[in-house]
Design a protein around this ligand. Sequence first.
Ligand SMILES: Nc1ncnc2c1ncn2[C@@H]1O[C@H](COP(=O)(O)OP(=O)(O)OP(=O)(O)O)[C@@H](O)[C@H]1O
Ligand SMILES: [Mg+2]
Length: 237
Amino acid sequence: MGKTTLAALLVLRLAARGLTPVLAVDADPNSCLDLALGLPAPGSVGALREEAREAKGMSKHEFLEYRLAECLAEGDDFDLLAMGRPEGPGCYCFANSVLRDLTSKVAGRYPHVVLDNEAGLENLSRRLAPSVDLLILASDPSARGLATAARIRGLAAELGILAARTALAVNRLTLPLSDTARALAGDLDADFLLELPEDAALAALDREGAPLTALPGHNALVRAVDQFLDRILSPNP
Ligand SMILES: Nc1ncnc2c1ncn2[C@@H]1O[C@H](COP(=O)(O)OP(=O)(O)OP(=O)(O)O)[C@@H](O)[C@H]1O
Ligand SMILES: [Mg+2]
């Protein structure tokens, strides 16, 4: 819960620090990271099918270059690659593999890459990123949400998705974390705990469909993300 919001805020606040350009990757076909970032929606990675590539006589390399030109939305401080909604049923595997190829092709050009993943366990197995510096598990403060986060962490380990570090983001807090929630969070043994408050300004932007760029620097969510970045970017966390 709050994955897209947190991904967008991380991109915007990395950019605010001048750690540019940031690459944002929207790996959720149902997500709207473009809206949250205020970038025009890029072309859909999965729109052109494998058969089309072969019919056009393109090599895989040419195909990826061609997709990249269409699918990378460029902003001033950050760019966005989005999976989009593949055309037709059964195309998700292809869209995923193209997004994975494009991401690994360009990731090295960016000091920081933020990937917004789909909810649930199953798509972790698609291994969109070749390596992960920080895996952030997002949950609400409920015991059920935190138990799911623990399961996802276990699954990631089983799948061999080895993140150098792990963070737990507990979002939409209206009260301080309960003792139960704190104990469950502790069981997860994450390197970082990020507590994000319920935020009325975000809810208002959401109603308008406005990008998160409109949140002021003194907003509580923005400050929490800034403090989190201080910690994860510090050489001695
Ligand atoms: N801290 C918060 N305060 C107020 N509203 C919030 C907060 N976090 C998220 N929301 C709202 O909750 C909704 C879901 O958030 P978001 O899209 O970030 O979640 P998600 O985990 O990406 O969801 P999905 O699984 O659908 O991709 C959005 O409308 C968002 O604006
Ligand atoms: Mg989302």
